[in-house]
Design a binder for this molecule. Structure first.
Ligand code: MTE
Length: 307
């Protein structure tokens, strides 16, 4: 069953009109989570979500799935949706290893069947200065990590995207900006934080390739580049992990990458953001609006140095 969690401190009933909320709850109660994903017709999901109201307006499905950053497909925003139509997200396994008690390789459908899915409505803030609000479907990363068994050496978590140039045209270009496969990492307390999820869907439907099918990370208080897509490997490490954009330009993209309106990117301000689908810019919030939940993780750290 899908559990609904909203971490914006606004009751769900304020975000979604009551009738739509109950309609959707009914849909979500239909059965096993995988079945729900399969059964939610594109139309019913789209209709329900288009009527959202409130301060946290959902970015329309069409924009969430057509304006993307996914360099493995293309460096253009429209490229990933167009070039990913034949992407094969099955069969798919995720290998969990490194500093864990029980290294394991899990089939994506076995994960989806076993772990209860939840809906999480989160803001997404890209380091480039644009933002969206996305209703993800997923589960806390902590549940996978706990199952693998952490040790005293599990201090960081590294994630890796699939490397398959036959499917990812961007990976064929050896002269490209970034070295593939894409890597990202979190400190263990960030990884275990209840806001950190692995998403397998959005808008009640299975994740589309351009959004990182079949499974991607979502860390809502960090710039979007931390939220690595199409994950095949999760490795627990004792020391700080790789981070692709941090390796490309360490003075521009930090390992932490916490959304911080007070620390500008060297080439542009981070104080405001352009909300995709809206006309006016808005102020960017510290930790992307999740300071109450996560600021304590960085107590005593100089956030200008550890940007
Ligand atoms: N993951 C991989 N493997 N490759 C990428 O190019 N781009 C990142 C992140 N994850 C990226 C990635 C960036 S910069 C952002 S802003 C988000 O994905 C965008 O996610 P979305 O397209 O689903 O909105």
């Amino acid at each position: 069953m899908l559990r609904r969690h909203n971490y914006d401190l606004i009751p769900s009933s304020e975000i979604t009109s009551e009738s739509i909320y109950h309609e959707r709850r009914a849909l979500m109660k239909l059965g096993a989570s995988a079945a729900v994903l399969a059964m939610a017709s594109p139309l019913s999901a789209a209709l329900a979500f288009q009527k959202q109201k409130s301060s946290l307006d959902l970015t329309p499905f069409d924009l969430v799935t057509s304006y993307n950053n996914f360099y493995e497909f293309s460096v253009d925003k429209e490229g990933p949706a167009k070039l990913s139509k034949h992407f094969k997200s099955r069969p798919w396994t995720v290998a969990i290893g490194g500093e864990v008690q029980k290294p394991q390789t899990l089939d994506i459908d076995a994960i989806i069947k076993k772990i209860p899915l939840e809906e999480r409505i989160y803001r997404l803030r890209c380091v480039e200065g644009w933002a969206m609000v996305i209703p993800w479907v997923g589960f806390p990363l902590s549940s996978l990590l706990k199952a693998a068994g952490l040790t005293s050496k599990s201090k960081y978590v590294e994630f890796e995207t699939l490397f398959d140039p036959a499917q990812f045209p961007g990976q064929k270009q050896s002269f490209g900006t970034i070295a593939f496969p894409y890597h990202e990492g979190l400190r263990i307390d960030e990884a275990m934080h209840p806001l950190t999820i692995l998403a397998v869907g959005l808008y009640g439907k299975e994740l589309m390739p351009q959004n990182g099918a079949p499974i991607r990370l979502v860390v809502p208080w960090k710039y979007g580049f931390k939220s690595i897509k199409s994950i095949v490997k999760i490795t627990l490490k004792e020391h700080q992990t790789r981070s692709t954009w941090n390796e490309v330009a360490p003075n521009e993209y930090g390992f932490y990458a916490n959304v911080n309106p007070a620390v500008d990117h060297p080439r542009w301000s981070q104080a405001r953001e352009r909300v995709i689908g809206k006309f006016f810019k808005q102020d960017t919030l510290a930790f992307n609006g999740y300071a109450t939940e996560v600021a304590h993780l960085y107590k005593g750290m100089n956030l200008r140095k550890f940007y």
